[in-house]
Design a protein around this ligand. Structure first.
Ligand code: UDX
Length: 464
């Protein structure tokens, strides 16, 4: 009898332990969000957790690239739209509306199953954009943890937007755009992450949802103290929640791959033939794009700069595939071997390549971290939202890039590319970028702050 009691209680303990090591992650189906979430999944898996990814049917991740994880598709979440800044708010609102009920049913099934081989989860880690998750987690008495895939500063300054609305200052009048935002130096009003697309009511609803951490037990940021210490301290003060700064995530999980598009690796062989630090790499991430007029200005600016370049041009709502094909063919004939154009690059490998000496970027958070981690200085051309905040930090706080603010003109592009790639000022910028890279590297050293924060996070989920 005693023996029986002992074994059943030890089975219970084992079950509990297993539960404590099983995590459910809810990524947002956009490239700039899936990448860091799957990197976080790899990091936690390496710490002994088993990982289940609950994903939408819209732009799902590729399970075969992650054989160690379980993947569960949330039913009825297929959307046909292409992601673009113009429909971003609609898409996010729609995704949240569509996911809520199927996700609840799925969790109910998992919990009702009461099967020891399917223990309940220790917690749900959700992308902040998938804000339907915490209410459902709460319904099943599971803790939920927000994962913020972009910068801490953007998270912080978003709170200014509803205040501006209450003061009747939205949309922002031209007269204040250049003015500094009180308490948020060096941001100007024009740098605030106000998404121009969508109705004011939609924008405010979205902002309120994204900033709401009432039901979350903690927040994880893909960032580091050495980049955003004061913003993190202010968030900590406001939120009174455990805040974990575990970044740069792609360096903590170097082998994680989660590209939704096929990478054209031929550009690496092209880079191998170029001189050290000679190539400017141009990419605007997975959502932002140029229109055909901007592409032409960029093309002639690059051609006239006489620098080798690697340029990612994706098809988008602004430029069709056929136009890119014929433009690329003609343009390549004029620049020959000096230029390489691809539809999608293995970006992390590109930025790590010795030949790459500068990055023309839209300042998506992942691209910015990837550039900083390789010591590559930037020309910042933000397109919307958080990219404006990040571009300002790159140019004014970390001082590892310049921001290009006005209309794209070939003459100005030519000059700024030469300034970065060949002039003395550019060399100084590259030196600062290398110094910053070393500071960031120190974060993930054995006793660095990001490693420590990761260990604290593991302790937090296993003990709560
Ligand atoms: C989105 C938002 O637009 C951005 O503002 C936010 O900070 C994150 O979410 P996105 O615009 O795609 O992301 O930019 P970014 O954050 O830079 O993410 C793009 C990812 O795609 C990077 O990890 C980058 O390495 C990868 N990429 C990009 C490629 O692998 N190949 C490419 O050719 C271009």
């Amino acid at each position: 009898m005693l023996l029986h009691l002992k074994s059943s209680s030890s089975r219970e303990m084992e079950k509990q332990e297993e539960r404590g090591r099983k995590l459910l992650l809810v990524p947002c189906p956009f490239q700039g969000h899936i990448n860091p979430m799957l990197q976080l999944a790899s990091v936690l898996h390496s710490k002994g957790f088993s990982i289940t990814i609950a994903h939408t049917q819209f732009d799902p991740p590729n399970p075969s690239a992650h054989p160690a994880f379980d993947f569960i598709s949330i039913p009825d979440t297929f959307l046909e739209q292409q992601t673009s800044p113009e429909n971003m708010i609609d898409l996010v609102l729609l995704l949240n509306a569509k996911c809520q009920e199927p996700f609840k049913k799925f969790l109910a099934q998992m919990i009702n199953r009461q099967d020891p081989s399917h223990p309940q989860f220790a917690c749900i880690i959700y992308d902040e954009v998938m804000y339907f998750s915490p209410a459902i987690a709460n319904h099943f008495k599971l803790p939920s943890i927000m994962f913020r895939t972009s910068s801490a500063t953007t998270f912080l300054v978003r709170a200014v937007i509803p205040k501006l609305h209450l003061q009747g200052c939205l949309p922002l009048p031209d007269s204040i755009l250049q003015d500094p935002v009180p308490e948020h130096y060096p941001l100007r009003f024009k740098d605030l992450p106000v998404v121009k697309f969508g109705s004011e009511e939609q924008i405010l609803r979205l902002m309120a949802n994204l900033f709401n951490t009432e039901r979350s037990s903690a927040i994880i940021f893909n960032t580091m103290d050495c980049l955003e210490q004061s913003s993190l301290a202010m968030i900590q003060h406001q939120k009174q929640l455990p805040i974990f700064r575990i970044g740069p995530m792609h360096k903590l999980a170097p082998n994680s791959t989660s590209s939704l598009l096929e990478e054209d690796t031929s550009c690496i062989a092209w880079l191998d033939k170029q001189a050290q630090n000679s190539v400017i790499y141009i990419s605007l991430g997975s959502i932002a794009s140029m229109d055909s007029k901007e592409v032409e200005e960029m093309a002639w600016g690059l051609a006239n700069s006489k620098q080798p370049f690697l340029w990612v041009i994706r098809s988008s709502q602004k430029i069709a595939s056929e136009w890119i094909e014929s433009f690329t063919k003609d343009f390549k004939n004029s620049v020959g071997e000096r230029g390489c154009i691809v539809r999608w690059a293995p970006q992390k490998k590109v930025l790590a390549h010795d030949a790459v000496g500068g990055f023309w970027t839209h300042c998506g958070w992942n691209s910015t971290l990837e550039s900083i981690c390789e010591g590559v200085p930037m020309i910042c051309r933000p397109c919307y939202g958080d990219q404006n905040v990040t571009a300002r930090y790159v140019s004014q706080v970390w001082k590892v890039g310049w921001q290009y603010e006005n209309e794209l003109k070939r003459g100005v592009i030519e000059k700024i590319v030469q300034r970065l790639m060949v002039e003395e000022e550019g060399k100084e910028m590259r030196k600062r970028a290398r110094d910053l890279k070393h500071m960031v590297e120190a974060s993930i050293d054995k006793d660095g702050p990001s490693r420590n924060s990761l260990n604290e996070f593991v302790e937090f989920i296993t003990s709560s």
